[in-house]
Design a protein around this ligand. Structure first.
Ligand code: FMN
Length: 177
């Protein structure tokens, strides 16, 4: 027997994850924020849509520069990830506060996070839905991966500080990519 779910809780069912650390930089100052409202939109070139609330410092940086890095953390970075979501980049240097290492990017003027197993350098390519939904469409212009991480234990947000960790993989015959 199922019970009704509050509409305000629906996000936790569909929230796709993995939670990423969105990197931006404004005026030479780099910032990070956890972001779980993102979705793939195209294979090639890879397009990713994401919602960045206008109240976040990262929103202003993304609007102003049109550049960001999607850093993908795994289990060992869970506390730093949540810490980055509990403060704002105009009040603290999150790389320094959470012991994360900035690495230069190749295509954008935003540092990558060394401790994350994947880094996707992105440019904003469509802002049509920003005013209405804070929804940015990004194109990934350079992608980095740590090949030693074969089964990344990524973090998937379930709401209120709860996360599911990626686990067992199964392989089935597929015509899809
Ligand atoms: C697990 C998690 C997921 C989050 N996902 C989003 C998101 O998808 N979009 C968003 O605007 N804020 C999201 N937030 C909230 C921001 O990360 C938070 O407001 C952060 O402090 C913003 O930092 P900034 O002001 O330095 O940009 C999330 C927070 C957490 C902890």
């Amino acid at each position: 027997m199922k019970s009704l779910l509050q509409l305000s809780e629906v996000y936790a069912i569909l929230e796709p994850g993995p939670v990423v650390l969105l990197g931006t930089a404004l005026g030479g100052r780099a910032n990070l924020m956890p972001l779980s409202w993102h979705c793939m939109m195209e294979f090639a070139p890879p397009l990713v849509g994401c919602v960045v609330s206008a109240g976040n410092h990262s929103f202003s940086a993304l609007q102003a520069t049109g550049e960001c890095v999607i850093n993908v953390p795994t289990e060992s970075l869970a506390r730093q990830l949540v810490g980055c979501g509990n403060c704002h980049g105009d009040q603290c240097d999150k790389f320094a506060c959470f012991g994360l290492t900035p690495l230069p990017s190749a295509e954008v003027a935003v540092p990558r996070v060394e401790e994350c197993y994947a880094n996707l350098e992105c440019r904003v390519v469509d802002r049509q839905l920003v005013d209405r939904y804070n929804f940015f469409i990004l194109q990934v212009v350079q992608a980095w991966i740590d090949p030693s991480v074969t089964a990344p234990r990524t973090l998937h947000h379930r709401g209120y500080g709860k996360f599911m960790l990626a686990g067992k993989e199964i392989q089935l015959a597929s015509k899809m990519r």
